[in-house]
Design a protein around this ligand. Structure first.
Ligand SMILES: [Zn+2]
Length: 264
């Protein structure tokens, strides 16, 4: 164990760049832990739709070479998050609030943006928590293949996600904007979805707490995205898709599934 701690300290001190291969390994580990600890919806139609939508955006980014995976978390709390390597999670509560396809696409595009810009890697490198260190050590040493240490890395998924900086949020919004447009989807959903979340925070803060705790969101971010949208010509904007039948089939299907377990 002492050797591992020394290794973690060395990684923390030198701030070594995490290679793409290490990033993908980290992502695989986190996603395996998340699958154990969070209720994921495995209904095939739900899984297929979120992956088709997510891939359509991820595959036009500068990191289309990653093996992207998209998941719906069976939680009525409004949130979405990503882990390094291309693993993106959207809570059922957020999907329930999306009124049109472009609103869900905007949030997915934003989370993809955090991965593309490697914010999630950066955040974990900065994280001083022992769990992150242990996971990094796992990646670097393969020690986690050992059964005896396997239990020690069983971290709470929510502990992984510290708050993004406002700069990171602005970058993820810009990436989200650019990539949904490239995917042929209207970026206006980013604005309307954010507005829905801000309105809900004023009405009943509890349900959207998780989102605001990890993604600082204020009116000025909406204005910034609107400024990006204003750079498109009306013809360009009109050519982009706002909504789809498949999105509503997906939402209807989600509504037929058993309610999300009560959290906390
Ligand atoms: Zn964010």
């Amino acid at each position: 164990m002492k050797r591992i701690v020394t290794l973690i300290a060395a990684v923390m001190l030198c701030g070594c760049a995490v290679s793409q291969q290490q990033e993908v390994q980290m992502g695989q580990q986190y996603s395996a832990q998340i699958a154990q600890q969070l209720p994921l919806i495995n209904d095939p139609e739900i899984v297929r739709y979120i992956n088709v939508l997510g891939d359509s955006i991820a595959h036009v980014t500068s990191r289309r070479d990653l093996d992207w995976h998209f998941f719906v978390v069976n939680s009525s709390e409004v949130n979405a998050f990503a882990v390094p390597g291309g693993y993106v999670y959207v809570n059922r509560g957020l999907i329930e609030r999306a009124r049109t396809m472009d609103e869900l696409a905007g949030v997915v595009g934003h989370e993809i943006g955090h991965v593309v810009k490697r914010h999630t890697v950066k955040q974990m490198q900065q994280e001083q928590g022992a769990n992150i260190g242990i996971t990094l050590a796992c990646v670097l040493t393969g020690v986690c293949n050992n059964q005896a240490t396997g239990t020690a890395i069983n971290v709470g998924a929510t502990a992984l996600f510290a708050k993004f900086s406002r700069g990171d949020e602005a970058e993820a919004d810009e990436e989200g904007f650019r990539n949904v447009v490239r995917a042929g989807i209207s970026p206006e959903g980013l604005v309307t979805m954010f507005q829905t979340l801000i309105d809900e925070r004023q009405r009943s803060p509890g349900t959207v707490d998780a989102w605001f705790a990890t993604h600082p969101l204020e009116e000025d971010r909406i204005a910034d995205v609107q400024n990006l949208i204003n750079t498109l010509t009306p013809q360009q904007l009109a050519s982009l898709t706002k909504d789809s039948k498949n999105f509503h089939t997906f939402k209807d299907r989600l509504a037929t599934l058993p309610p999300a377990p009560i959290s906390k």
